[in-house]
Design a binder for this molecule. Structure first.
Ligand code: PMP
Length: 405
């Protein structure tokens, strides 16, 4: 059970006002808010042990190194990775995907096929298109239905073949909230010998993924969606794949020996961690994960589903409101439009009333093209939101509708 009153006390930002109204923050799918416990970890780092890691013999450097490597272990444990060095610190999901896409440049040849889903974030489309341009590989797309569910028959029957080398799919769609059947996607891809990258950016706030049970080859996550800081994230990769991929960036930290004749690379995870990392970011990411685990992912999921059901019911009572993404398996994300009112106009009025929602194409233009709309209003809920806040949004929407229709 979630004690939302107590939880809200942990988030100082939830006390602020916007445009003279109490903040109602429903843009959690873009970035979650940060609890005091994580803010304290950040302050502690810069107040007490800020130093560069791995290279120093002095106390601060060793302390920072220990905390950074402990953070890697916390994240390893959270996602149940077999080894700590299968967790690569990145600047976020986008970085992780580009690292893998870049690595596959040397492993693909002309005519090889890559499969993506129709509901990907641009960051899980564009790097693969760039990879196709470099290698001559062909990009194929798993289509979806009007509910926002992937057409798995087409995937199994028409798309997967012995030419398939890679499959990429998000665990949860940021624009629709659909939870995709990733276990089925992964198992079928493995049967034809293809590697699978799952974009966990939107799943991580709601679902604790077990990377060994799910058996994906790569999983990517951003810290800023799980109560951690921006500019930080992880790539999980199976050891055998991370050993096969070449380094992404060259520089300090990622080498074993350097001479002008030849350089050899460091072992995992350092091979993929060139330069000084976001040390505090990694430590704070683990603190965010610890915070969420203390509440419990089962409790988070069941409370957020209550919010989702309540909000869906309230929103559908508004005449002319249409929800995009009505999959059976959904997280607490609702994308909608009211009649032909532009989502931006609704978002602007809601902002004046203190309600923060996202409007636009949500970095998923192919989804908007599929539904033949310019964009949607997206309200996304977290475990610190309340039904009362949903009521405030619904009242604000009624006001916006009255003004704009
Ligand atoms: N994939 C999905 C599904 C996302 O929702 C996002 C963030 N909106 C990303 C990738 C990119 O994450 P980041 O900007 O943190 O790299």
């Amino acid at each position: 059970m979630i004690n939302v009153t107590n939880i809200r006390k942990d988030f100082p930002i939830l006390n602020r006002e916007v445009n003279g109204k109490p903040l109602v923050y429903f843009d959690n799918a873009a970035t979650s808010q940060t609890p005091q416990q994580v803010i304290d970890v950040i302050v502690d780092y810069y107040s007490n042990y800020n130093a560069n890691i791995h290279r120093g013999v002095h106390a601060l450097s060793q302390e920072a190194t220990d905390k950074y490597e402990q953070a890697r272990q916390t994240i390893q444990k959270h996602f149940n990775a077999a080894k700590a060095h299968e967790i690569i610190f990145t600047s976020g999901t986008t970085h992780g995907i580009n690292l893998v896409a870049n690595g596959f440049s040397s492993l693909l040849k002309k005519g090889d096929e890559i499969i993506v889903s129709a509901m990907e974030h641009h960051s899980n489309i564009v790097p693969w298109q760039m990879l196709c341009e470099r290698t001559g590989a062909i990009l194929k797309v798993i289509p979806m239905n009007l509910e926002g569910e992937l057409l798995m028959d087409v995937y199994h029957t028409n798309l997967l073949s012995d030419k398939t080398k890679l499959v990429f799919c998000n665990h949860v769609s940021n624009a629709l909230g659909t939870v995709n059947p990733i276990k089925e996607i992964i198992d079928a891809a493995h049967k034809v010998g293809a590697a699978v990258l799952i974009d966990g950016a939107q799943a991580a706030p709601h679902i604790k993924a077990d990377v060994q049970a799910l058996d994906m080859d790569f999983y990517v996550v951003s810290a800023h969606k799980i109560c951690g800081p921006t500019g930080e994230g992880i790539l999980y990769g199976k050891e055998e794949w991370l050993n096969k991929l070449p380094p992404y960036q060259g520089g300090g930290e990622m080498i074993a020996e350097v001479s002008f004749e030849k350089t050899t690379y460091a072992a995992l995870p350092h091979k993929f961690e060139a330069g000084t990392p976001n040390i505090c970011g990694g430590i704070a990411m683990a603190a965010g994960i610890d915070y969420m685990n203390a509440i419990g992912f089962d409790a988070i999921a069941s409370y957020e589903h209550e919010l989702l059901d309540y909000a869906t019911e309230q929103l559908l009572a508004i005449e002319g409101l249409k929800i995009y993404g009505t999959a059976k398996e959904k997280t607490a994300v609702i994308s909608f439009n009211i009649g032909v009112i532009h989502p931006y106009d609704i978002g602007s009025i809601l902002d004046k009333l203190g309600v923060a929602v996202r409007t636009g194409h949500h970095c998923a233009q192919p989804i908007m093209d599929f539904f033949k709309i310019p964009g949607t209003v997206r309200a996304s809920f977290s475990f610190y939101n309340t039904k009362e806040e949903i009521d405030v949004m619904v009242a604000a929407l009624m006001r916006a509708k009255g003004m704009l229709e």
